[in-house]
Design a protein around this ligand. Sequence first.
Ligand code: FAD
Length: 447
Amino acid sequence: MKNIYHSDIYQFNTPVSSYWEDHSSENLNLDKLNKDVSSEIVVIGGGYTGLSCAINLIENHNLEVILVEAGKIGWGASSRNAGFCSLPPSKMSFKKMQSIYGNDETKKFFKNSVEGSNYTKDIIQEYNIDCDVTGDSNYVVAHHPNKFKDIQEQATAYREEFGIETEIYSKEDFDKIGHGGTEQFGAFSYKPGFAINPLKFVNGIAKYALSKQLKIFEHTKVDKIDKENGAYILRTKEGSIRSKKIVVATNGFYQEGLIPEMNSRILPVISNIIVTRALTEQEIDQHNFKTFSPIANTKNLLYYYRKLPDNRILFGTRGDLSGSDQSNLNMSKKMEKFLKDIFPKWKDINIDYNWRGLIALSQKLTPSIGKIDNEEIYYGFGYNGVGVSAAPWTGKQLSKLVLSNSKELDISKIYKGLPKKFIFPKLRTFYFRLAVWFYAIKDRFNI
Ligand SMILES: Cc1cc2nc3c(=O)[nH]c(=O)nc-3n(C[C@H](O)[C@H](O)[C@H](O)COP(=O)(O)OP(=O)(O)OC[C@H]3O[C@@H](n4cnc5c(N)ncnc54)[C@H](O)[C@@H]3O)c2cc1C
C-alpha cells in the first residue's frame, strides 16, 4: 500500500507524544490478531467513526463485530485532535452550498451537523466518559476589521436560516468575555459547542465498546483484502478475518490500494498543534484570555486555539507539507511565531508540546457516507477537520446503512456518496501546496 506523505507520519506502532498522552492515564493494551478468525462484520479503524459504528451495530442489531486498529485504539486523529466540538464538517461556505444543493438540503446538512454535536455530548454522558469538557459554545473571531461584516452575516444566516443560536460581539465586548490580542476585531458565538480531551473521549468510547463485547484487536493493520466464495478475507501480518461486510473507518489515514473504489479520492492534509507551558493568572490577564470555549479565526488558513483546563494555550493551524519529523519541528517554530504575533505579551512563554496528524479533505468539501456499489463495503470519512462532532454521528449512520435493506439514509444528500477521484492523484499534495500558497496570499491581504 502506498502513502502520500513521509513514512514518519505513518508509524502506527508509536503513540504520538502529545499533551493528551501526558494527561490521560488510560492504556487499554488490547491483543493483536494472531490467528485466522471470522465475524459477521469487520470495522477497519479504531477512532470515533469505527468505534461508534461498532457499538451501534452491537447495541441496536445484536451483531457480532470485530474491530481492527493498526495502532493502539484512537492512534489516528481521534486521540490527538484539538478537542473542539464544532460545526459544520465542511470546507464549503454555506452560500456555495445553497447554490449547489439548494436551500432545503443545506438546511438539512446544518440540522444533521447540530445532531452530530449533540450526539457527541449525549454519548459522553451515556457512556459515562470523563473527558474534561470545557466551554459552552464555539467562537469565530474576525482576525481583521474587514472580516467583522462577514462574521455578522454568517451569524445572522446561522440563526435565521439554520436555527442555530448565535451572538455577535464587538471587539470591546469580546475583549471582556473572550480574549484580546492583535488579531481580535469582534467575534460571534454559536451553540452547541464545547471542548474535550480527545484521547480520554476515544478511550472512554472504547471501554464502553468492550463492555458491550466488541472484539477489538490493536496493532492489527489490514494489509490486503481478498475475496473468496462471496466473503472477504482481510489479511493482517499475523492472522486473517473472514467476513461478509466491511466498514472502512480510516479517514485521513486511509492507505491507497486497500479498496480500489476508494483510491485517489481522499486528500489527507496535515494539521499541527503546539501547546504552551501553563500560564499564570497574571499572564492570562495580559491578553484577557477568559474563555475555555474553542475559538477559530477567519483566516483562509485558519488558526484554532483554546485555553486548556490547566491554563496552557493550545494553538493549531494547517500543518507541514511533507510529513517528516523535521518538517513538523520546522512548522511548530513557525506556529510559535504566529501565536506570539497575535498574543505579543506572551513572547517569552515556552512551548511544551508539538505534534500533528492527518485530517481528510476531498473534492466534495463535505463528508462522505455510503456503500460501494456491488460490494458489501461501507465508508464514512472526510470531516474536514471537524470530526469530534461529525465522526461518532457518522458511525451511527453507517451502522444503519449496513443493516438497512433500502440502502437509503434519512440524512442530507450532501453527506452521501463518494467524492470524485483526483486527476493525476500522485499530484494531490502538489495541488494542496498550490492552494496553500494561494490562500496565504489572500490572508496576507486580508481577502
Ligand atoms: C491535529 C488535528 C487536530 C484536529 N482538531 C480537531 C478538532 O479540534 N475538532 C474536530 O472536530 N476535529 C479535529 N480534527 C479531526 C478529527 O480528529 C477527525 O476528524 C476524527 O478524529 C476522525 O475520526 P475517525 O475515527 O474517522 O478517524 P481516525 O481517528 O483518524 O481513525 C482512523 C484509524 O484507522 C486506522 N487505520 C488506518 N488504516 C488501517 C488499516 N489498514 N488497518 C487497520 N487500521 C487502520 C488508523 O490507525 C487510525 O487510528 C483534528 C485532526 C488533527 C489531525
